[in-house]
Design a protein around this ligand. Structure first.
Ligand SMILES: [Zn+2]
Ligand SMILES: [Zn+2]
Ligand SMILES: [Zn+2]
Ligand SMILES: [Zn+2]
Length: 165
């Protein structure tokens, strides 16, 4: 059995990074582009992922769109740089809710308990529907979320003394 305390109430799984457009000061040494490795001699450059890029070089690995133009964020996964649309298309669905077993879209807020993920709405005691707040104790038993009361009741029925590990 697992006793868990709800520490972090929710987790946003979207991993996006900001893109900044900077104007190049004429008296500074030209920066190298992380895309093509050549020096950036343009008037503007992009800064993303702590690196500098030509406006043309910061592109989505999938659709080749110029990321500086489509938005101010980019997404990375497995060393690919992607626009939001492709990121969603490729990695948009990750895993099923351990309570209702429906798919959870990647960018929805989720609750985590051990390796399970849950819809926010599904994260409640599966017997009495009690919701949990940060700091509350909850139990995982046979992959069911239980509040303390139901967990202890279950143990009594099974004839064990409650045991908190
Ligand atoms: Zn470049
Ligand atoms: Zn794309
Ligand atoms: Zn669910
Ligand atoms: Zn309960």
């Amino acid at each position: 059995m697992v006793v868990l305390r709800l520490l972090q109430q929710m987790q946003k799984r979207e991993k996006s990074f900001g893109i900044q457009m900077l104007s190049v000061q004429p008296d500074t040494k030209p920066k190298g582009c992380a895309g093509c490795n050549r020096k950036i001699k343009d008037r503007y450059l992009l800064k993303a992922l702590d690196k500098y890029w030509h406006e043309d070089c910061l592109k989505c690995a999938c659709c080749d769109c110029r990321l500086g133009e489509v938005g101010s964020t980019l997404y990375t996964k497995a060393n690919l740089i992607l626009c939001r649309r492709d990121y969603l298309r490729l990695f948009g669905v990750t895993g099923n809710c351990a309570a209702c077993s429906k798919l959870i879209p990647a960018f929805e807020m989720v609750m985590r308990a051990k390796e399970n993920v849950y819809h926010l709405d599904c994260f409640a005691c599966q017997l009495c529907n009690q919701r949990f707040c940060v700091g509350d104790k909850f139990f995982l038993k046979n992959n069911m979320i239980l509040c303390q009361t139901d967990y202890e009741e279950g143990l009594m029925k099974e004839g064990y003394a409650p045991q908190v590990r």
